[in-house]
Design a protein around this ligand. Sequence first.
Ligand code: GLN
Length: 544
Amino acid sequence: MFIGKPNIMSQTKYIFVTGGVTSSLGKGIISSSLAKLLQARGFKATIQKLDPYINIDPGTLNPYEHGECYVTEDGAETDLDLGHYERFSNVPTSQANNVTTGRIYQAVINKERRGDYLGSTVQVIPHITDEIKRCIKVLGESGKYDFVITEIGGTVGDIESLPYIETVRQMRWELGESCAVIHLTLIPYLAAAGELKTKPTQHSVKALLEQGVQPDIIVCRTDRSLNEGIRRKIALFCNVSPSSVIESIDAESIYDVPVLMMQEGLDVEVLNKTNSLVGPEPELKIWKEFLFKLKNPSDEVNIGLVGKYVELKDAYKSINEAFVHAGTQNSCKVNVVLIHSEEVFEENVSAKMEALHGVLVAPGFGNRGIEGKVIAIRYARENKIPFLGICLGMQCAVIEFGRNVLGYKDAHSTEMVEKTDHPVIDIMEEQKKINNLGGTMRLGAYQCKLDKDSRIFNIYDGEEDIYERHRHRYEFNNDYLEEYKKAGLIPVGINTKNNLVEIIELKDHPWFFGVQFHPEYKSTVAKPHPVFVNFVKAALDNKS
Ligand code: GLN
């Protein structure tokens, strides 16, 4: 029997996760759960998402199209699944963990222009598939991981995903037992027949087979338990052993899924298929403690989330999850009350906000919904409700203070009104010269020095230099700094290199912070974000 922690295996194993039947089955959660289980067994695992769309990254996509845009330490604007990977594994991801078709083609076309393929016709096979392969192997060849789990976006059968599936076929052939394919599929229940149906799964496996890929493991999303008969049937029709048919039943919380996958033996199947040492059961003590606390809160608070994308549940994914982590840490359930910023007016603000114990004003771009945000902030400030403004949320807090405390009725951000007499939020000098919109913001982790005499210094547990992730163009306009300070809005965190205000706090308020960065991106199960933890605590104090 294998004892102790394995070192990095000499050969990195590649696990592919494909999806069948419908989209939104939760490939990201299955991949994250598998990574968590492998990690809990002492292996080093990373996850990569291959997205079949032509955008270079999701940074230019509207949240209605694609949900939240997640930002990594190294400043990549990525798919929101990378957020799940980090929240589950507590390991940072990077640009290499998210690749799109646009990026693949851009790389190949650049090489073609450079003359790298001189003399040949550049084609999908082998040039595009080679580039995809390179992007997958880059992670394996870094020597940092035992397992690279690559999630292929979209659904098998989509035209866009063909080159990716072809790459999987080639890599399987080249790597043999160092590679395994998991196919995630749906087993629908037909009420009229009173039965779970396997036919869509059979068809989607057939589609995979037509592209030359035999899945090793079938993970079946279902709303009810699969009996032995169904498992045998799936195994028989899809050429896998019954133990490789894994049930993934609807769970109360996404954080249940690693435990459910362990019970179903997904990790053991993957280890067996890739000829890896199975070893003792994974260590999930801390994870299970988190789950217990999550499900047994001793109190609850209502926190308003004011934003313009509230009708779309994935638009503020990381914020919602950060509240789950922070609530659990406080043994408290956080009811996130979604408030559409376009529907907040002077006349209804108190009706909308009187039952709230805390208010968060969300990040965002553009003018829509700004006035509602400003009105909500005024209410939170005047009624002493704990408040957290994130990015645009902080900028709106600065605008609100400028208008209602300093008396600058036209205080604004030059993002919304180019010419105002009081541009309290303004574009950074270096941003003025940039014309392209994609990937040109202040992105990724930047240093911020905390004021040692401030509360935020204690919230961050006495750390003086913190690193938080950014995604914005506009900044607090330092021309107004002294005036704001005199009136009680204090900069308590500064980027010392560029002298930029990163965190503001109101003096005469129980808990009022604005942060120019996005703390939500760094909150994980293992390390809930201190700002969110303290915010929930402040909301709890406000309730009692
Ligand atoms: N639109 C603002 C800016 O670019 C804020 C961005 C954000 O909230 N992420 O500065």
